[in-house]
Design a protein around this ligand. Sequence first.
Ligand code: LFR
Length: 500
Amino acid sequence: ATTRYYLALDLGAESGRGLLGRFDGRHLTLEEIHRFPNGPVRLFDSLHWDLPRLFDEIKVALRKAASGGAKPEGIGLDTWGVDFGLIGRGDTILGNPVHYRDPRTEGMIELACSMVPRERIYEVTGLQFMPINTVYQLLAMKQAGSPLLDCAETMLMMPDLLGWLLTGRRAGELTDASTTQLLDARAGAWSDELCEGLGLPRHILPELIAPGSVLGTLRSPVAEETGLPADTPVIVPATHDTGSAVVAVPAAGKGPGSAPDWCYLSSGTWSLMGVEVARPIITEATYRYNFTNEGGVDGTSRLLKNIMGLWLVQECRRTWARSGREYSYEDLIPQAEAAPAFRSLVDPDHPSFLPPGDMPSRIASYCRDTGQPVPDGEGAFVRCALESLALKYRWVVERLEEVTGTPIATIHIVGGGARNALLNQFTADATGRPVLAGPVEATAIGNLLMQARARGRIGSLAELREVVARSFPVTTYEPSESGAWQDAVGRFGALVPGRG
Ligand code: LFR
């Protein structure tokens, strides 16, 4: 069989990678050809992404692909959601994209809901209310009288922005557009009603294109600089990383519209937990639980919830490192295992945990405020974070079942977090369901296989998932010790506010 090559550029909040995929029609193999760190850059009081450097790293990945001799028949980009850049006249980049953890969005949900009723915003978009959503970032710019908003011609989400730098074409890929909370979830089109109601410039929102489309080919300066042929197509996968990750869940044989008796948990900086459904589910209950409906491939929807995820641990590690205590996960996990069980629990999604900064002291204040002992020592903090995440997963699974009316038999954990065996076991134990962990590289795999599909090498989403199941191993964690978690489930439930 002919082997074909694809290049995935997968950018996360902590790091970015270039992965070369080799696909022989049945199996996919991966080779990481480039990796680089990512993170916020503080300028005065705001947090930015370093767009020029990110684009430069992408070009390094392209160059490495070219010098390796493989001629990819596609290049695809995916990144985290909600963040964007603005483009002005003459292809001027208007500032560096602002990081979603920047405090500018404080109070913006409340402001938006005073202009358009909260229920109406949800009814149209089906999106969970989170301060990080694009719509609140735009509203913050408008409130601040940002001169950039006045001269913007086009707003492009991060993957679209990088795709524009590669190809020169301005377009908005649908899955990432769905993270803005400006998209009409059912129509799959920008909501004129919300733009008007919130006073946001409708004209800067780009033409929308579906995942699996060809964005364009490389601009000739990019081709020359990197050594890749100028006719190399840039294909949009699900450019929202979570969308790509869910594409690559190895639920063999299950395609869109089939009963969601499995759920996914895409585990990276965030934990995104939910089910794939044939159309958005926007009900009183999903509103109350603040569940989101994000756009997927082939018209599917991801009914899910954002859970703060391993960010809690990442930010603890950064805090400790600042005081000279550098720990790897390999150091921390055994300490967490040795720490006493169920001593202190937190709701991982408490708003105080969202911004960057000293995480241990925020966890400590949460424990104090809720009458629990403050964790003593690194292991105890990590144990608290992992147990609390597992308990939140259970909370979400139960509500997903309630909303869809379908029992969830298994939990597929994909992404870097699937490496965390302790958290996987906690999740199986807390939820009483088997956990299938892997692949770790789901996002890049979904990106690569959507490119292969766009080139006609794979048929349906179900077939694509069979390729994943065939190509990458999965580790099963059976639930045990479920009894030990019962008391913690009750204590945890009391910490989660009604809206969740
Ligand atoms: C995961 C993710 C989530 C999104 C968050 C912020 O990487 O894309 O889906 O809610 O990052 O963009």
